[in-house]
Design a protein around this ligand. Structure first.
Ligand code: NAD
Length: 357
């Protein structure tokens, strides 16, 4: 019979609950219980038939717990992770792993010292929209992708919890930026040379309630990543430019289209009226050369693979998919973005550093 991994969840709020739902579906895992400082969450856990630990020390002392899963607000991740690894537990930690790169370096040191596993839930690597864009890129379906734009728009502002406070690791760059940067760094496998970022503070002075971030890679490729929480009309989730086509994904329901160029032959463009002027450059294409696909390719992706990879890694059967050096690189890039916003300058990032030899 396959062995099971036993997990205790620390922080049983939105994401802690979400993890428990997933883990209960996977035979390879068993949920030992939860620990949360709020009585309401303890009650909720009991209603769901879960064991409730009364102290964090009880979690660490429970010999049957193999993994501590951290789903607390961000400022607590490092301390809980370090204590857990020192108590002989592996750790799955919510993103952003830490408040800054220094904390992440400390975690990596403790991971090496204790020989335990520390892994971050970069679950949005399994998002179908991202995987479709990555497929178009990897398979060169629209030629060489030289620019991507990814936008996450909402209009409700930052939720009225710890996410509004700097001391708890609030703000949208840490919340969503960490996903968007992580994915684009995996897709464009090259150095990032320049970072330019502006924060928005529409209704929040203390933390960013949105950001616009441009990354310029060594080859000149660019990525524009944007999060907005006061956008009452959403722009598309993805807009992708390749040398032989373009793609758009409107939203998480995977509505979108891909247009690719099949032949370089094209009829001469005739000038068209545009506004108060005339343009030949921007005349639409006739039906020559391009093919329009109004259905996006679909990709079967399952976030269960994240959890199973953690177990297989612990069992020595796989290499970890979400690597700590990748997480550290993202944290350093986010710090560069913060510097760019503060100085209103483009800031160099990996100009003299070799990555992924
Ligand atoms: P939340 O506020 O809903 O839940 C956090 C829980 O932690 C609360 O129940 C709170 O009582 C508890 N808590 C606070 N201090 C604690 C302590 N010292 N010990 C034990 N429990 C404590 O927040 P959330 O939305 O669930 O976010 C939690 C983490 O998950 C954050 O790091 C967030 O960035 C991350 N998150 C990730 C995703 C994703 O898709 N990967 C989505 C949402 C949130």
């Amino acid at each position: 019979m396959e062995s099971t991994c036993t997990i205790a969840v620390v922080g049983f709020g939105g994401m802690g609950g979400h993890h428990v739902e997933h883990l209960e579906e996977i035979d390879a895992f068993e949920v030992a219980g939860i620990y949360d400082i709020r009585p309401s969450q303890e009650d909720l856990a009991r209603e769901k038939g879960l064991h409730v630990y009364t102290t964090f020390e009880d979690v660490l002392a429970d010999k049957k717990v193999d993994i501590v899963l951290i789903a607390t607000p961000n400022h607590l991740h490092k301390e809980i992770a370090v204590k857990s690894m020192r108590a002989g537990k592996h750790v799955i930690c919510e993103k952003p792993a830490t408040m800054n790169s220094e904390e992440m370096e400390e975690i990596i040191d403790v991971e090496k010292e204790t020989g335990q596993l520390f892994v971050v839930n970069q679950n949005r690597r399994w998002d179908e929209d991202y995987l479709v864009v990555k497929k178009l890129h990897d398979e060169r379906a629209i030629g060489d992708v030289f620019h991507v734009e990814c936008r996450v728009h909402g209009s409700r502002g930052i939720p009225g919890d710890w996410r509004q406070k700097k001391q708890f690791g609030g703000g949208m760059l840490l919340d969503w930026g960490v996903h968007l940067v992580d994915r684009v760094l995996l897709m464009f496998d090259e150095k990032v040379e320049d970072v330019y970022c502006t924060f928005s503070h529409v209704r929040n002075d203390e933390v960013d309630d949105g950001f616009k971030l441009t990354l310029t890679f060594a080859s000149g490729k660019t990525a524009f990543l944007e999060v907005g929480t006061y956008n009452y009309i959403n722009l598309p989730l993805w807009y992708v430019n390749g040398t032989r086509g373009s793609a758009v994904i409107h939203d998480w329901s995977m509505k979108g289209e891909v247009v690719h160029l099949e032949t370089d032959e094209q009829k001469d463009a005739k000038p068209i009226s545009a506004g108060a002027g005339l343009t030949k450059t921007m005349a639409p294409r006739y039906d020559d050369g391009t093919v329009r696909h109004q259905q996006l390719p679909r990709i079967d992706s399952n976030i269960e693979d994240f959890y199973l990879n953690v177990k297989d890694t612990i069992d020595g059967k796989a290499d970890i998919l979400v690597k700590n050096e990748e997480v550290l690189r993202v944290m350093r890039l986010l710090e560069t973005a913060i510097e760019s916003d503060a100085t209103r300058q483009v800031v160099g990032f990996e100009k003299d550093v070799k990555v992924r030899e």
